[in-house]
Structure formats: structure tokens, C-alpha cells
Design a protein around this ligand. Structure first.
Ligand code: HXC
Length: 513
């Protein structure tokens, strides 16, 4: 029963006025496009009844006398699977979710609260960018949001979910956050839209080609996860959060489940083909090491020659970086280096130990890679591993050649434990290449060059390209039976639980960007 005494009457009337903004057409406009409204998204994402809205009654600049509330963004806090988060959700139905001064102030307020209290912040983006009518003040609003994004980076997880257009200024806040989720067919991210492209470049293009979910998940790598509809996108966000600590002074959540070991770990020995030049799927290896069903792959469709993701090992969260031999033989190219480097830095920021599974024949050669600065991009991965102070373990499954061997968390780059399977080949380069360079003269002069080449390659494999040379020099700590990998790695991470690594005081390093 409503309390009808004067103060309460006013309170109830005000709340009713807020909700009366949403008539049938309000819902239909979003639903007709296959989209939920901002409030429906929040309700879907948060634990039932946990959301508390703040600043619901603020009014847009210049519309103080009108009965429009909220200025196109709903902000507040609540829980997801029992854990506190802050949230803002843009309302496309109000001036295209465009960002005016008051709209920006609301977002900045929850950003500040999330940072001060040490909880993740989630942004549901559905916006035409800077509100044109409010001019430079709306640009200043974006600047305030970006500043807060940068202050929060590495302190609290920041997740952006693109659920409609993210045009102009609306793209840069997501770009500064840790993860970007997108929904197929209904979400777009671009700095300039098709009309501007036509005007400036006289090129015809579409929303989808410029910045659809598919393009960003495959080509640009801007989107970390894409889903077929908004409900699945929001479920993906919940799942990601379940692996993350609330801030950088917490450890990731630990589970206490039993019966988590994958069955048939003995199959690990059989996964690698006899021919070292034949591919296999490293995701199968991952799934036979980590807790059953716990691998959560990130950026699955971009730079597929490297696999990254979160998983649980004996109920503890770890990050995985693995070369993928079935795509481009697992070579490291520009995109793979960037993808892995960013992930390593994310894990390091949030106290997530890293497991590297290595099978890499080298960096990708070629004009296009060199001219597009593989030197600087490859260096990002070197820098990220060297800088990371979380527990870091590498298991060399097969190839570990040249610069790529060094990069993938080798002993001398700070690997805490470096293991190898008996199938490992650790050397400056592969047998074929090495024999060509070292034995050019002998091969030219030989009566039967093919026979000699076969013998030289066999000698190289026996004497150089195996795990034992590195093992005997201490660059590998132990050669292990593949079937004991899970056990050995669990034990090694347990030993590393209290790892402390001090870095010299400095403002910040200068990562090769
Ligand atoms: C004010 C805007 C707006 C904006 C959309 N609207 N964008 N109002 N400022 N930036 C309004 C429209 O006028 C319209 O109002 C309503 O929102 C819905 O827009 P539609 O165009 O009808 O919707 P749709 O066809 O779905 O197209 C959505 C859209 C398009 C792709 C986002 O609106 C668009 O291209 N907007 C401009 C995008 C853009 O160039 N933004 C860059 C701003 S500059 P009515 O009243 O008719 O319903 C910027 C620079 C910042 O952001 C840089 C910082 C680094």
C-alpha cells in the first residue's frame, strides 16, 4: 500500500512521471530493430531487483522546463552473480543516445564511483556520438569520460558492450576499455559514417562494411567477442566477469568445484601428428589441460594464428596464450603479436597468472609484414611478457624457433617455469633452413645432394632441434611427459602463489606502440 502523506505522494508521483516517459512506441522503436531498450538491457544483465538508478531525474541542458528526464543515459549500480558493478546504458530513443553535457556528467559520476570503490564498470553503448546541438561542450564531455577511462585502466575492469551505433566520439571510450562486445547485425562502430566517407572520399560503403560486428571481430580486432543477439551478448559479459577480480588489488575469484579434471589427459601424447610439419588444433590441447569446460576464448576470429583466453586450472583463474599451428603454421605476425601483447598486459594488470603453450616456427616473413612494422609490433609482445610480474609458465609443445622462441615467455625473458614435451624443437631455426645455410657448399658439391640433405637434417634434429640441448643448458627446467602436463603446471602455479617481483621506480615504461 502506498503511503499518501505529502512527502511520499510527491515521491511516488515523481517516480511515475519518470516511467511515463516510456510509452508503447518507445519500446517498439527498439524492438523493431531487434534491439532491447536501455532499461531492458540493464534488467537482463543485473541480478533481479539489484539495480539502483542514480541521477534519474536530471534534465538535459536547455530543457530544464520540459518533462524529459535522464538525458539519454541510465546510470547506477547493482550486482551480477552477487558481485557489485557500476553501469551506464545509453538510450538511443532520446536524441539518438547522443552525448550532451549532462549525459557525460552522469557517466563520469559512475566512472568515478566505480574507481573509488574498486568495482568493474560496464558501458552499454547505443549512441550517435557527440550531441551536435551542444557543440564543443559535448566534446569536452567526451574528454572527461576518456580521462576517467585512462585513470581506471589497470585498476578496475572496464567492459564496453556496443548495442547499436557507436559513432564518432562514442568509439573512443570503448577503445580505452579492456574489452569490447558487439552484437551481429545491430551494432556498429566507426569514427566517421558512410555519409562522411562518401563526401570526403567519394566512396560508397555501408555501416556493416565500415564497422559491423563481423568486420571488427575478424579484420580490425576491435571487437573481442561477438554474439548473434543482445541476450547472448549480455550473457557473454556475465561469463567474462566471472573470471575477473573486481580490481587490481584483488585476486580473481576462486571456485571450489570438484570433479573438474578433463578426462583422457593421456590423449595429450597422441594429439601431435608424427610429421612435425602437420597441423593440429591447439584448443584441443588447452581443453585437455584446464578444468573441464572452463576455457573462455577471447578474440576467437581475429589473428587466429594465436589463441588467447581465460580458463580455470584446479579452480584458479589463469590466462592462456597459445600458438595455433592450424592457422599459418602458428607463425607470429603483426596482428597475433598485438592481440597476445594486449592480453598479457590485461592479465598482468589484474593478477591473472599466464600459461603459454608454444608451437611457433618463427615470425611471419614478408614485405607486407616488414613494411607494416612487425619489428615494433613483435616488440610489444616481448615487452608485455618481460614486464608482466604475475606467475608465468611456458610449455613448449613442438616448435620454438628463433626470435619467436625468445618472445614466448622464454626462461631468459622471465619465465618462472619452462617445460618442454619430448616433441619440442628448440633452435635458432628449423632443420631445412639451417642445413641450407650451414651446408650450402657441401650440398652443391655432393654427388647425391638429396641424400646428403636428408642425412644433414636428421643429424640436426638429433643434435640441435630437440628439447635436450636447451634442457642441459638450463633454458628449460624439465622435459615432461605430455600426459602429466596438467599436474605439473598446477603444482608449478601453486609454488608461485606468493611470487613477488620488484620493478625499479619509474613513471611508466615506454612500450613500443
Ligand atoms: C544529436 C543525433 C545525433 C547526434 C543522431 N541524432 N545522432 N542528435 N547529435 N550526434 C538524432 C537524430 O537527429 C534523430 O533524431 C535520432 O537521433 C535518431 O537518429 P537517426 O539518424 O534517425 O537514426 P539512424 O537512422 O538509426 O542512424 C543512427 C546514426 C545517425 C548512424 C547514429 O543518426 C548518424 O549518423 N548520426 C551522426 C553520427 C555522427 O557523425 N556522429 C559524430 C558526431 S561528432 P529525431 O529527432 O529525428 O528522432 C563526434 C566527435 C567526437 O562524435 C570526437 C571525440 C574524439
Amino acid at each position: 500500500m502506498k503511503d499518501n502523506r505529502i512527502p511520499f505522494k510527491r515521491f511516488h508521483e515523481r517516480n511515475e512521471r519518470l516511467l511515463s516517459q516510456y510509452d508503447d512506441t518507445y519500446f517498439q522503436r527498439q524492438h523493431a530493430k531487434g534491439k532491447l531498450t536501455a532499461r531492458e538491457r540493464i534488467e537482463y544483465l543485473m541480478d533481479s531487483g539489484s539495480f539502483r538508478e542514480i541521477d534519474a531525474f536530471v534534465k538535459p541542458l536547455g530543457k530544464e522546463d520540459e518533462k524529459t528526464y535522464g538525458d539519454g543515459v541510465i546510470v547506477g549500480y547493482g550486482t551480477i552473480n552477487g558481485r557489485q558493478v557500476f553501469i551506464f546504458a545509453q538510450d538511443f530513443n532520446f536524441m539518438g543516445g547522443s552525448l550532451g553535457v549532462v549525459h557525460a556528467q552522469k557517466i563520469i559520476k559512475v566512472q568515478k564511483m566505480a574507481l573509488k570503490m574498486g568495482h568493474p564498470i560496464i558501458g552499454l553503448i547505443d549512441s550517435g556520438g557527440a550531441r551536435i546541438q551542444e557543440g564543443v561542450a559535448s566534446l569536452a564531455g567526451y574528454a572527461g569520460i576518456f580521462m576517467q577511462n585512462v585513470k581506471s585502466s589497470g585498476v578496475i575492469p572496464q567492459i564496453s558492450v556496443i548495442m547499436g551505433p557507436a559513432a564518432g566520439g562514442a568509439v573512443y571510450s570503448p577503445a580505452l576499455t579492456d574489452f569490447r562486445f558487439m552484437t551481429r547485425d545491430t551494432s556498429y562502430m566507426f569514427v566517421t559514417g558512410p555519409e562522411v566517407v562518401k563526401e570526403v572520399l567519394n566512396e560508397d560503403t555501408t555501416f556493416e562494411e565500415l564497422g559491423g560486428a563481423e568486420v571488427h571481430a575478424t579484420e580490425s580486432g576491435v571487437a573481442d567477442m561477438i554474439f548473434s543477439d543482445e541476450e547472448h551478448t549480455l550473457m557473454g559479459v556475465k561469463k567474462l566477469l566471472s573470471y575477473l577480480p573486481s580490481n587490481n588489488v584483488e585476486n580473481p575469484p576462486v571456485r571450489t568445484l570438484e570433479d573438474i579434471a578433463p578426462s583422457k589427459t593421456e590423449k595429450l601424447s597422441m594429439l601431435l601428428p608424427d610429421d612435425p610439419n602437420k597441423p593440429y588444433d591447439v584448443v584441443e590441447v588447452i581443453n585437455l589441460i584446464v578444468d573441464k569446460g572452463s576455457f573462455f576464448e577471447i578474440a576467437e576470429n581475429h589473428a587466429q594464428n594465436i589463441v588467447i583466453g581465460l580458463a580455470r586450472l584446479n579452480n584458479q583463474v589463469i590466462g592462456i596464450v597459445a600458438n595455433q599451428p592450424k592457422i599459418m603454421a602458428g607463425t607470429l605476425d603483426i596482428d597475433a603479436s598485438k592481440k597476445a601483447a594486449r592480453f598479457v598486459r590485461f592479465c598482468d594488470s589484474f593478477n591473472i597468472p599466464i600459461l603459454v603453450l608454444e608451437d611457433v616456427p618463427g615470425f611471419m616473413p614478408g614485405k607486407s609484414q616488414e613494411q607494416n612494422a612487425i619489428i615494433m609490433h613483435g616488440a610489444k609482445l616481448l615487452y608485455a611478457f618481460a614486464e608482466a610480474s604475475v606467475p608465468k609458465i611456458t610449455v613448449i609443445l613442438r616448435k620454438a624457433y628463433g626470435g619467436a622462441y625468445i618472445v614466448m615467455n622464454s626462461k631468459n625473458m622471465g619465465g618462472d617455469f619452462n617445460f618442454a614435451w619430448p616433441t619440442a624443437e628448440v633452435a635458432v631455426m628449423g632443420p631445412e633452413g639451417a642445413v641450407k645455410i650451414l651446408n650450402r657448399k657441401e650440398l652443391l658439391e655432393a654427388d647425391d645432394p638429396e641424400e646428403l640433405k636428408r642425412k644433414l637434417i636428421a643429424d640436426y634434429k638429433e643434435n640441435v632441434a630437440n628439447p635436450y640441448v636447451a634442457d642441459e643448458k638450463g633454458y628449460i627446467d624439465e622435459v615432461i611427459d605430455p600426459s602429466e602436463t596438467r599436474e605439473v603446471v598446477i603444482n608449478a602455479f601453486a609454488l608461485l602463489e606468493n611470487k613477488v617481483e620488484q620493478s625499479p621506480t619509474r613513471k611508466h615504461g615506454n612500450i613500443p606502440l
